[in-house]
Structures are given as structure tokens and as C-alpha cells.
Design a protein around this ligand. Structure first.
Ligand SMILES: Nc1ncnc2c1ncn2[C@@H]1O[C@H](COP(=O)(O)OP(=O)(O)OC[C@H]2O[C@@H]([n+]3cccc(C(=O)O)c3)[C@H](O)[C@@H]2O)[C@@H](O)[C@H]1O
Ligand SMILES: Nc1ncnc2c1ncn2[C@@H]1O[C@H](COP(=O)(O)OP(=O)(O)OP(=O)(O)O)[C@@H](O)[C@H]1O
Ligand SMILES: NC(=O)CC[C@H](N)C(=O)O
Length: 687
């Protein structure tokens, strides 16, 4: 299927609007006008859904006026006019009104779409305690006998078991419930979610008292998390009666416990908030969280009684850019507080993993190759802290510089200074004689002074280093600490087996490169080590990322000659790809859309204060597509065999493990064709 690239509706998003109109008590004509005005605004911003508060047509605080025929008739008239007005509007409208059915009065959500009343959902839990006296006027959905009502000559589904499915948009399924319904142990929307509703809308009229706003947020967050759904919440505000209560008017949009948008409170003007809900992500999460589906299994009969009402959603054809913020660094939050917490946790998970492995194995020494690059630096500082926590001397860390044909002066110097400043035991072993001997033995042309820098040339060096480190571990009763990070593991950027791929325990395997960079910055900024260590760490951060396996041209020995990112792509893009493909299973087209949104303009969105302005990059769609292609090919086609044989290592982040024993079980011989085809078909070369 080909999809126009430039619209959120091509990438599994639905724009949802939540409206807080200014109301008048017992004035349906006025309230209708306000409702239509906001519904048009929602339509103008291409929202697929617009939610209004509980009994927004009549206002909620009518009390015994609800038993007045004049008011009920005026409400019915307003509903008819709202249905008419919806004819040319984009969103499905969820509006609240009292409705007389079977001679009883119900507090209802009306689901209206383009001139049709799709269904009516009455409130199930009618509060009748403390300040609430709703049972005096209203009947619960549970006490309704009929499943349908006749409205304007049509048979309209009626009940609290309705799910509204857009038949032409996968996973766009809506359910409604009303205020108190959410405050109960088993909200009716739980069943709707288990029956497939991805967007739950709550029409509410929640009077405000001190502290209640936070409680509502907690309810919405946890319910949307448990239901793996979006939760839209619209609580009536300005205009409701203040005879005994006060109203703050509060709109919230959550997606699986994450707050996407919220309104102001205590505002005496109409408000509308909107957010793009990733229904595809919700569906993905439900598919993989099989315990969600187990919950459906135990209430099968109840779920069989749910009714699905289909409608054809007119997908807006305009170019519609994503409204939500997509972080450039999904592994490293831009928000300093969150980032600090994440760095603290990541660092401590690494340390605790290693502490446990050392104590359980009875080994108290570590062997590590220290290159002056990022990964071995991170592993080394984790090892240093581990020794501190275990009460062992840092001299139990045996660090080795292992210069080869391509080691630059800068990395070498940084490696030596770092080991010195951390007070570990250090030694240098030149790997060139060993590597040359192997080249001679196997007949590699470099042994005869021919500058052939092929994969064999590269891997001989990585292999000799590993061989030396493992034998040193035997010799010193130590364990080889692995340094390969998650990004390298995803891209297969390591030398297999007898190479940097193998170790006794790897602390970095679940930490992507962009996070390692931030962790090192965090270690500097939080003064985890002495100030002189901080200076060396800064210099390491500023060095080009390189495997240093291909020698520089004569005389250019200062900086690494090889650039990793020139071959496998910028790590900041590859980590973005890695996160969305492995954590959420998104199609490449969607990943490119998100990546373009995040990366196309360096002046947009927030940047981490830790990242210097000259390091703030931007990428056009052509580059995004090019490097995503590299990622897809390397990840799906050529590198799984390396992951299938990975050393032990602690899982650090929710989006960050490719362990074959844990988060990523995949065949070593799969094709990449479906991902690459989808990319070619759906991602343009320019926008
Ligand atoms: N599906 C499969 N199942 C089993 N074996 C498979 C296989 N596909 C290839 N192979 C075999 O695996 C071998 C290729 O793998 P491998 O020996 O690892 O070699 P390879 O992946 O070709 O090369 C290693 C790459 O990693 C880079 N590197 C190495 C070390 C450190 C760093 C760094 O910067 O961190 C980067 C280096 O620059 C080079 O580009 C071939 O001999 C091939 O026959
Ligand atoms: N010159 C070296 N001296 C000692 N160990 C080395 C040397 N070069 C590589 N190694 C070991 O091999 C590992 C892989 O090398 P590589 O160059 O990929 O990693 P790095 O330099 O630590 O970090 P980065 O991948 O970010 O450059 C290193 O982490 C280190 O343990
Ligand atoms: N309208 C209602 O159902 C209000 C009851 C709900 N517990 C609230 O205070 O928000």
C-alpha cells in the first residue's frame, strides 16, 4: 500500500481534540452554538475526533430542572441541530445530553459523525454520594432494557457496550464513558478497550475541590496505561452552576499513561486542546503485551456481547504535520530532571550488573582494553565505580592500551591519561608484531608491505586484541569486560567471535551510543570522579568515533583516520531508527516520518542543554532515507548472527535490549526485503 508521506493520517495517527465550551445552565440553544463553534475549530485543525463535556448540551448542574419537559425537548432539538451541523465537519463528535428512553432519563454520550447519530452511550455509574445526587434524576445504563432507540426514524444503538470502529482506518476505534464511570474499580471502558477500542473518551462534569485535579490526572494516566489506550477527558467548567460547587474546566489527553496535552484550568473562555494519538503504537503494544490479551480471555462472554458500530472515516487529504513533540534522542530525554534520573539509573544498573557477576563468580579482577574511545571509557568508569562499591582496590582493574596500525595519538593519549587518573593498573602491549605474524601466516598482502586494508586486515587487529585480553584474564584470574554498545550490536559493527564482539561480561550491550555520550557528560557534570578525570572525559567526547583499524595517511597520526559514522551513518539517526523499529515494530515509512519531524530543522524543538550548539545537527529526508536503508539492511539482513551469540549483559532501558535470551529473539538468516521495499515505496527522496 502506498501512502502520502506528508500526513499524520498515513502513519497511524489520529488527531484528537478535547473541547471545554463556556456553557449556560438550562440554555441548550446557547450551548449548542458554543459546541458547534468548537467542533468547527476541531474540524479546521483536521481532528478526527472532538470530545465535549458531560451533558454539555444542557449543562450538568440542572438538578431537578432535568425533569422539566421544556428543557428536555430543547435538548432534543439542539441534538438534532448538532447532528445537522456535523454534516461537513471532519471529526467524530462526542457530545453529552440528557436523553429520555423507555420513559427513563439517561445521562448520555452521543456519538455523531457527518450528519449521523452513530450511537448513544448512557452513563453506567450514577454518583449519589456526598455532593452528588444524580440518581434522583437519572437511571444507569445497567437498568436500560432496550439495545436500540428510535431517533428521527432511525434505529440507533444504545448501551454501554458500544465500540465505534472506522472500517477504513485500522485501529481507529472509539469508546465513550461518562465521568463517574472512570472513578470505579471496573470502568465500562475497560471492556471496550479489551474489545478493541483504542481511544476512550470521557465526557465529564467534575466539580473542583482542592487536590482533585491531580487525582483526575492519576486516574486518566493509570487507566490509559492499563488499557493501553488513549484517554481523552473533558470536564465541564465555565458556566456550570456554582450554587454549591465550583468548576475548573479541565481537558486532558493521555496515551498509554503519557500526558500528551492538557488545558488551562479556571479559564472563563472556551478552550480546545489537541494531540496526535499514535493508535498504531497502541495496537503494537497490545499485540506484544500478551497479558492484556489474557485479560480479554477471562471475560470472553462479556466481550462477545460488545457491539461494534462501523463508520467510514473521511480521511483528511491535506498535508498534516505531526503536532506532538518527537524527541531527537529517544534514549536521552531533553528534560534535565528526567535525563538525570535516567542517567543515574542506567549507570547504576551497569554497576550492579557487574557487581553481581563479580561476586557470584568469585572473580575480583577485570581485564579491559582501553582505546580512548567512548565505549571502553564508559565501561572503564563503570568498572571503577564497581570496585569502589565492592570495597576493592581500583588496581584490580587491569587496563591495556593495545595500539595497532591505526591508533591515533589523541586516543592513545586519552586512554593512558584516563587509566592514570582513575588509579587503575595499566600496561601497553603493541599488537602489531602479533598481527603481522598472522598476516604472514595466512598470506595477507600487508605482510609484504602492500597497503591492502580489507576486512581481514581490520579483523586481525580486533581479533589479536581480544585474544590477548582473554589470555590475560586467564593469567590474572580476571574477567574480560565487554564494551560493545547497543548501537554497534544493532548494526553488526563489531568483529565476530575472536574480536570485540566477545567478552566475559558486557556492561554496555543495552546502552546505545547516544546514551553513552550523555552518560559520560552526566558523569562529568555530576562530579562522579576527580576534576582531572573530567577534563580527559571531555576530550574523549570530542574525538571522532572510529574503529581505528585502517591506518592514516603518512603524517596524519593525530586524530583517528577512519570515521565510523561516515560508513554506518550518524549514530543519532541510527539510534532513533533502532528505538522505533525494535521497541515499537514501526514500519520504516513511519520511522522516517518521525525522524524527519524530529531532525529536519535544528532551530525547531528543544535541545539538551548538554549538547553544544555546533553539535546540533539537522538532516533532510534524503539523508534520513539513506541511513535508514543502511540500518534496515544491516539490522535485518547481516547482523543477527552476531546478536544470537552475545555475552551476558544487564538490560538497561525499556527500548534497549537486543539480547537473544531476552528482548530480541530473531532468526540469524532473515531477509530485509519487506522493510527495504516499504522504505523505497513510502519514503520520498525529497519533500
Ligand atoms: N548469517 C551468518 N551466519 C553465520 N556467519 C555469518 C553470517 N553472515 C556472515 N557470516 C560470517 O561472519 C564473518 C563476518 O563477520 P565479522 O568477522 O565480524 O566481520 P565483518 O562484520 O565483515 O566486519 C566487522 C566490521 O566491524 C567493524 N568493527 C570491528 C571492530 C570494532 C568496530 C568498532 O568501531 O566498534 C568496528 C569493522 O570496521 C568491520 O567493518 C564472515 O566470515 C562471514 O562468513
Ligand atoms: N588501541 C586499543 N587499545 C586497547 N583496546 C582497544 C584498542 N582499540 C580497540 N580496543 C578494544 O576494542 C573495543 C572496540 O573498539 P572500538 O574502537 O570499537 O571501541 P571504542 O574505541 O571503545 O569506542 P568507539 O566504538 O566509540 O570508538 C574497545 O572498546 C576496546 O576495548
Ligand atoms: N459527574 C460526575 O459523575 C462526577 C463524579 C466524579 N467522581 C467526579 O467528581 O469527577
Amino acid at each position: 500500500m502506498t501512502r502520502p508521506f506528508n500526513s499524520i493520517y498515513s502513519h497511524g495517527f489520529i488527531r484528537a481534540a478535547v473541547c471545554i465550551p463556556v456553557l449556560r445552565v438550562a440554555d441548550p440553544g446557547f450551548n449548542l452554538e458554543q459546541t458547534i463553534r468548537l467542533a468547527k475549530k476541531a474540524s479546521d485543525i483536521n481532528a478526527g475526533l472532538a470530545l465535549f463535556p458531560e451533558m454539555g448540551i444542557s449543562a450538568y448542574s440542572n438538578e431537578d430542572l432535568f425533569h422539566q419537559d421544556a428543557l428536555l425537548e430543547a435538548c432534543e432539538d439542539a441534538v438534532i441541530k448538532l447532528i445537522e451541523a456535523s454534516q461537513n465537519l471532519t471529526p467524530v463528535i462526542l457530545a453529552g445530553s440528557p436523553m429520555q428512553v423507555e420513559g427513563k432519563l439517561f445521562n448520555c454520550a452521543l456519538i455523531i459523525y457527518q450528519g449521523r447519530l452513530l450511537g448513544i452511550v448512557p452513563k453506567t455509574f450514577i454518583p449519589n454520594y456526598r455532593e452528588f445526587y444524580e440518581k434522583r434524576q437519572f437511571t444507569s445504563a445497567n437498568d436500560a432494557i432496550t439495545d436500540y432507540v428510535n431517533f428521527l426514524g432511525q434505529k440507533i444503538p444504545f448501551g454501554n457496550n458500544l465500540v465505534f470502529d472506522a472500517v477504513n482506518v485500522k485501529n481507529f476505534s472509539i469508546a465513550a464513558e461518562i465521568c463517574e464511570d472512570l472513578w470505579t474499580p471496573i470502568p465500562p471502558s475497560t471492556y471496550c478497550a479489551l474489545a478493541g477500542a483504542t481511544i476512550i473518551a470521557n465526557l465529564s462534569a467534575s466539580n473542583i475541590t482542592i487536590g482533585k485535579a491531580e487525582y483526575r490526572r492519576n486516574l486518566c494516566a493509570s487507566h490509559s496505561g492499563k488499557c493501553i489506550s488513549a484517554y481523552l477527558y473533558s470536564a465541564a467548567g465555565p458556566g456550570e452552576s456554582t450554587t454549591d460547587l465550583a468548576w475548573d474546566g479541565y481537558a486532558l489527553i493521555y496515551e498509554s499513561s503519557e500526558l500528551l496535552a492538557k488545558s488551562e484550568r479556571f479559564i472563563d473562555k472556551p478552550q480546545i486542546i489537541a494531540a496526535d494519538i499514535d493508535i498504531e503504537k497502541l495496537a503494537q503494544e497490545r499485540m506484544r503485551t500478551t497479558s492484556f490479551n489474557d485479560s480479554a480471555g477471562i471475560i470472553k462472554d462479556k466481550l462477545r456481547s460488545m457491539r461494534h458500530i462501523g463508520f467510514e472515516f473521511q480521511i483528511p487529504s491535506a498535508k498534516i504535520s505531526l503536532m506532538r513533540n518527537v524527541e531527537r534522542f529517544p534514549f536521552v530525554p531533553e528534560n534535565p530532571l528526567k535525563r538525570d534520573e535516567r542517567c543515574f539509573e542506567a549507570y547504576n544498573i551497569q554497576i550492579h550488573g557487574l557487581m553481581k557477576r563479580l561476586s557470584s563468580s568469585g572473580i575480583n579482577k577485570i581485564v579491559i582494553g582501553v582505546s580512548g574511545g567512548l565505549d571502553s571509557t564508559q565501561a572503564l568508569i563503570v568498572a571503577a565505580k564497581t570496585m569502589d562499591r565492592l570495597g576493592l582496590s581500583r588496581k584490580n582493574i587491569l587496563g591495556y592500551t593495545l595500539p595497532g596500525f591505526a591508533t591515533s595519538k589523541t586516543t592513545h593519549k586519552n586512554a593512558v591519561l584516563l587509566m592514570e587518573s582513575l588509579g587503575i593498573k595499566s600496561q601497553e602491549i603493541d599488537i602489531r608484531p602479533l598481527a603481522l605474524q598472522m598476516m604472514k601466516d595466512i598470506g595477507h598482502p600487508f605482510a609484504e608491505n602492500n597497503p591492502v586494508y580489507d576486512i581481514t586486515f581490520e579483523n586481525i587487529q580486533a581479533g589479536e586484541r581480544t585474544s590477548i585480553l582473554f589470555r590475560l584474564a586467564n593469567f590474572h584470574k580476571a574477567m574480560v569486560l565487554g564494551t560493545g554498545d547497543l548501537s554497534e550490536i544493532a548494526l553488526g559493527w563489531s568483529t565476530y567471535g575472536v574480536g570485540d564482539h566477545m567478552s566475559h561480561y558486557n556492561v554496555n550491550a543495552s546502552v546505545p551510543k547516544t546514551m553513552i555520550q550523555h552518560l559520560i557528560r552526566w558523569v562529568i557534570n555530576t562530579d562522579q570522579f576527580a576534576p582531572e578525570t573530567g577534563i580527559i572525559l571531555r576530550s574523549i567526547l570530542d574525538t571522532e568515533i572510529s574503529p581505528e583499524l585502517i591506518p592514516p595517511k603518512q603524517g596524519e597520526t593525530e586524530q583517528p583516520a577512519q570515521s565510523t559514522e561516515a560508513v554506518i551513518g550518524p549514530y543519532e539517526l541510527q539510534d532513533f531508527n533502532l528505538y522505533y523499529i525494535t521497541r515499537f515494530g514501526f514500519r520504516p515509512g513511519k520511522v522516517a516520518f518521525l525522524s524527519h519531524h524530529a531532525w529536519h530543522d535544528r532551530t525547531k524543538g528543544k535541545w539538551s542543554d548538554l549538547l553544544a550548539p555546533e553539535k546540533r545537527n539537522q538532516y533532510n529526508i534524503k539523508d534520513i532515507k539513506k541511513w535508514l536503508h543502511v540500518f534496515l539492511y544491516r539490522f535485518f539482513k547481516i547482523s543477527q548472527f552476531k546478536r544470537s551469540a552475545a555475552p551476558n549483559s544487564p538490560k538497561v532501558g525499556s527500548g534497549g535490549s537486543l539480547s537473544p535470551r531476552g528482548d530480541w529473539r530473531a532468526p540469524s538468516d532473515s531477509e530485509a526485503v519487506v522493510w527495504i521495499d516499504e522504505l523505497q515505496k513510502n519514503v520520498p527522496d525529497e519533500i
